[in-house]
Design a protein around this ligand. Structure first.
Ligand code: 16G
Length: 249
């Protein structure tokens, strides 16, 4: 057993977790680094494979590590924080983290709306909408798959746009549609085969499904987006304030 392991009540897997955590904090292991395999950790620390696996799995669950199928386990980049009270675009969130936003357009076409789009965009079933599906990246790493339905007068002109740029910036600057507010729902899920392939995560990994309806002035909905985010790369932040007590208890 390695001298790093102390005698005492702390289980070995927990001690290994703390050792690995310290390596990250000290900058010895950097974001994107491949960590040693279970076998290497077993040999180095004289522990069982189960102990090594448990320590790694817990740090994956905490978001400090992420696994890539067939490649190994890596140190995560700091999570992207999206404030839940400010309406921000993907581009703004990623730039705020000092990373480079990227986009791969997977689909851009006019289509008939599905039930969800009809309800959220408050349109008729026969009104064509613009459907945009994009893979969103930060420093070339996939983070989210976004599927947006857009409805506004002249939305078919989006077909001619470079949709690799910020959609919000395009809508606001070129189409004169200030994006004033949005409603957003978050739901936990696990990655399907297709989502896992695009996001480069194992099938069944934790993901966050997010649905957002974005409104322009006078409460008119322009976008209904339904997206899937890598669970281990995103943190949503809300600042909560307790109601002031109106009367004395
Ligand atoms: C966010 C929004 C998405 C919007 C995008 C615009 C969610 C689920 N998604 O990612 O609705 O299309 O920002 O980002 O909140 P962009 O301006 O960088 O294209």
């Amino acid at each position: 057993m390695s001298s790093l392991f102390k005698k005492g009540p702390l289980p070995r897997y927990y001690q290994l977790k703390e050792i690995m955590r310290e390596k990250i904090e000290a900058g010895e292991w950097k974001p994107g680094d491949l960590i040693p395999s279970e076998r290497e950790l077993c040999e180095q620390y004289g522990i069982s494979r189960m102990t090594a696996r448990q320590a790694i799995t817990e740090l994956v669950n905490e978001g400090l590590f992420f696994r890539e199928q067939g490649r190994g386990t890596f140190v995560s980049h700091q999570k992207i924080t999206q404030q839940l009270i400010r309406l921000t675009s993907f581009t703004e969130d990623i730039k705020a983290r000092g990373q480079q936003p990227g986009t791969r357009v997977l689909l851009a076409q006019m289509c008939t709306p599905d039930e969800a789009a009809i309800t959220r965009l408050r349109i008729k079933a026969n009104q064509p909408v613009f459907h945009l599906r994009r893979l969103r990246l930060a420093n070339d790493e996939p983070l989210a798959l976004e599927s947006s339905h857009l409805s506004f007068m002249g939305c078919e002109r989006l077909l001619e746009e470079d949709l690799g740029q910020s959609l919000y910036a395009l809508l606001e600057k070129k189409y004169g549609l200030p994006l004033v507010e949005a409603e957003q729902e978050l739901e936990a899920g696990i990655a399907t085969t297709e989502e896992a392939q695009y996001l480069k995560i194992p099938i069944g990994s934790p993901v966050l499904y997010i649905r957002r309806t974005t409104y322009t002035e006078r409460n008119i909905p322009v976008e209904f987006a339904s997206s899937v985010y890598c669970g281990h790369k995103y943190t949503f932040y809300v600042n909560l304030k307790r109601d002031q007590l109106l009367s004395n208890p």
